[in-house]
Design a protein around this ligand. Structure first.
Ligand SMILES: Nc1nc2c(ncn2[C@@H]2O[C@H](COP(=O)(O)OP(=O)(O)OP(=O)(O)O)[C@@H](O)[C@H]2O)c(=O)[nH]1
Ligand SMILES: [Mg+2]
Ligand SMILES: [Zn+2]
Length: 319
């Protein structure tokens, strides 16, 4: 519709925003070059009325004249986003990464001990943003494979692809190429589970920092460190998304929570009451499904805890 905007600066290039630091954005152009770019003044005005630039955005950039540096002149429409609702109801949302194809949630089979209730929170964030999600259990060298499969069987039953890997033994790594290559993925999971190690064994050139360093660096900081996207050699990107931890702060509307548990979906419209919270109402089809074993009691336990938490948050916000 708009075509390539022409101006005295010359034609624009398409690019992807990989990170942002204090008003300067690192943009990778379609030709593979990296440029530091700032938002053109006119776009800043537009962004006040809603569209805020985010890591992952596809943009047009031009090189300014007289050594002005590179400028972002246009933000292209998004196909998806990972966003949190801001406190204060309708005040808007903060986009953490734009144009994601999937969320990969990594947990360790041991060290740190996996908490499935925490895994559920990561998956809820993916579902709330309508993003496909997968589960990777790393450090399989530290536990028995059969036990791991039983332990995480609820996720396969709920429809999430489950991958078992050991970054150290390099098992299960090759099949991850089919998962990451050519797509934009957000990597999430607790600290120390081996996310960086996995990426390094998949893509040796990536050289992500492994070990406790990244954690200690982030410890004293109160500002949320933004997402950073890494281009992959076979095409695609992987985004490191710090802060993807506490589902409460994502500000989900409690009534949207049941739909964030895919295995509940066949039941949530079968309850006696249309506005059933699936916590304690008579004639609740979700509770009946838990009792019959059709839905995992552990996953339902996560649901009920989160539901209560989100109702509390909602009350605090509306004050
Ligand atoms: N036994 C075993 N140890 C692993 C494996 N993968 C990673 N580790 C170790 O686990 C520790 C943490 O690995 P990282 O890759 O830094 O973990 P991370 O998830 O990136 O952690 P953060 O960046 O803090 O979020 C390191 O000491 C790794 O050597 C594995 O498959 N098996
Ligand atoms: Mg790491
Ligand atoms: Zn119900």
């Amino acid at each position: 519709m708009t075509g390539t905007p022409r101006s005295i600066e010359g034609p624009s290039l398409l690019g992807r925003v990989l990170s942002g630091t204090g008003g300067v954005w690192q943009v990778r152009t379609s030709t593979g070059e990296m440029h530091d770019a700032s938002l053109r003044g006119r776009l800043k005005l537009v962004s006040d009325s809603g569209v805020k630039l985010s890591v992952g955005d596809n943009v047009r950039v031009i090189e300014g004249e007289r050594g002005d540096g590179w400028m972002i002149t246009e933000i292209l429409p998004r196909t998806s986003q990972l966003a949190r609702r801001e406190p204060g109801g309708r005040a808007g949302e903060r986009v953490v990464v734009a144009n994601l194809d999937q969320v990969i949630v990594v947990f360790a089979a041991a060290n740190p001990e996996p908490h499935p209730r925490m895994l559920d929170r990561f998956l809820v964030i993916a579902e709330a943003n309508s993003l496909a999600a997968r589960v990777v259990i790393n450090k399989t060298d530290l536990a028995d494979e059969e036990e791991i499969r039983v332990r995480f069987g609820d996720y396969e039953a709920a429809g999430y692809p489950l991958h078992l890997t050991s970054a150290i033994r390099r098992t299960g790594i090759a099949e991850l190429h089919a998962v990451f290559d050519g797509r934009t993925s957000a990597l999430s999971g607790p600290s120390g589970v081996g996310k960086s190690s996995l990426m390094n064994s998949l893509y040796p050139g990536l050289n992500l920092r492994v070990g406790a360093i990244s954690e200690s660096v982030n410890k004293g900081r109160h500002t949320t460190v933004g997402a950073v996207m890494h281009p992959l050699p076979a095409g695609g990107y992987v985004a490191d998304t710090p802060g993807l931890r506490e589902v409460g702060v994502w500000g989900l509307d409690p009534v949207d929570l049941p739909d964030c548990f895919p295995e509940f979906r066949p039941f949530i419209h079968e309850c006696r009451f249309g506005n059933c919270s699936h916590l304690s109402e008579p004639g609740c089809a979700v509770i009946a499904a838990v009792q019959s074993g059709a839905v995992s009691a552990a996953r339902y336990d996560s649901y009920s805890r989160l539901r209560v938490e989100l109702e509390e948050t909602e009350k605090r916000w509306s004050k």
